[in-house]
Write a protein that binds this ligand. Structure first.
Ligand SMILES: *Cc1c(COP(=O)(O)O)cnc(C)c1O
Length: 374
């Protein structure tokens, strides 16, 4: 599915210099590199502020908590995401409201969102930029204006993505990133960040990530320990120099897959494949950074085990929509209530994509898929 050692082999020397600098200084928590990383990521995303933390999950919790979301509040989001998108809302004591996805982009549907907001008001919309593609920000912004809610981006999969040229990270009131080792910009362990346009939210998040302290041992509110390690920040500073190039390489890989699919398999237009394959659809208003290259297929599980037999990795993100997860049954969404998310969970298949993937390897993937259908 991915070979991360190819990337490490290229940057090994720079990483080792960066790690040595931190170890020599012996300042391991929220050190100088964390401050530099926060500055550089804010600049990269054109956000006013960035606050490092321990994971993308914590970033979500911090962003919601700093926005004052709590018991009695509702937050609109998508059921087709990683678990943390919804669990962070529940951790704040708020109630998730789920809107179905657009079957073309897998992001939250503007129509379903509008319908949900007409049924019940929400304090915030938490929109996920799934697979590296921004949610329809024109529609979400107009919903925000009509309904007066806060708009938060879960940009864990979308570092470097943009909407009408505006980077993910400065589209919403705040945005959350994960630097989990498989993400486009990744650490060598857990790490996360929140970007925001608002000084007061940034200050509150800095306090919340250190047990509600601004001044040593004065705890102004209940926070958490969610600090970013200096070593992880040092690694991320090295990788940040390459991220634009790596994202371009991912886009090239995606374009090569598109061309190979056109050549070897008749990709059907439209969201519902009867047979064959539907390749990713890219909203021309956005810039997709292909955290994943996800196709739709009818006989997904059969294809996946065939690829496996051929020695080709693939993954399913995600095999169940979140309202079908055992821990979230109590939200009360029945099977069939969010049909596009449920259909996507049955049909999606993520193919290998990473900057160092070669054309020959992609050729092998598509040939194997063609063989399966023939
Ligand atoms: C990875 C991911 C998260 C969680 O990030 P962690 O760093 O693993 O806590 C949240 N939301 C989405 C959409 C993700 O892909």
């Amino acid at each position: 599915m991915a070979d991360f050692s190819r990337q490490y082999n290229k940057i090994r020397a720079e990483i080792q210099v960066a790690l040595e600098a931190v170890c020599s200084r012996q300042h391991f928590i929220l050190g100088e590199e964390v401050a530099r990383l926060e500055e550089q990521i804010a600049a990269h995303c054109r956000a006013a502020f960035a606050v490092g933390c321990a994971s993308g999950t914590d970033a979500l919790w911090l962003a919601l908590q700093a926005a004052g979301i709590g018991p009695g509040d509702r937050v609109l989001t998508t059921p087709f995401s990683f678990f943390a998108t919804i669990s962070s809302i529940l951790r704040c004591g708020a109630q998730p409201v789920l809107a179905d996805i657009d079957p073309r982009t897998f992001n939250v549907s503007p129509y379903a969102s509008r319908a949900a907001l007409l049924r019940e008001p929400v304090r915030a919309i938490l929109a996920v930029h799934l697979y590296g593609q921004c949610a329809d920000w024109d529609a979400l912004r107009s919903l925000q204006q009509q309904h007066g809610c806060i708009l938060i981006e879960d940009a864990a999969q979308a570092f470097g993505a943009a909407w009408r040229g505006v980077p993910a990270g400065s589209l919403g009131d705040s945005a959350t990133f994960s630097f989990y080792p498989t993400k486009n910009l990744s650490a060598y362990g857990d790490a996360g960040m929140v970007t925001t346009l608002h000084r007061d939210m940034a200050e509150r998040m800095r306090m919340l990530r250190s047990h509600g302290m601004r001044q040593r041992y004065v705890h102004e509110e209940l926070g958490w320990n969610s600090r970013l390690d200096t070593l992880q920040a040092a690694i991320l500073l090295v990788k940040l120099r390459y991220i634009d190039e790596w994202n371009r390489q991912r886009q090239q890989c995606a374009a090569r897959y598109d061309a190979l699919f056109r050549k070897y398999i008749l990709a059907e237009a439209g969201p519902y494949p009867q047979h064959g394959v539907v390749t990713p659809s890219v909203d021309p208003r956005g810039t997709h950074v292909f955290h994943q290259y996800v196709i739709r297929v009818n006989r997904r599980d059969e294809l996946r085990s065939f690829l496996n037999q051929c020695g080709i990795g693939s993954e399913v993100y995600y095999p169940a929509p979140l309202h079908m997860q055992p821990a979230l049954r109590s939200l009360g969404y029945a099977a069939g209530s969010l049909p596009e998310s449920e259909r996507a969970a049955r049909e999606v298949l993520a193919l290998p994509i990473f900057p160092e993937l070669t054309e020959e390897e992609q050729m092998r993937v598509v040939e194997a898929i063609a063989k399966f259908f023939n």
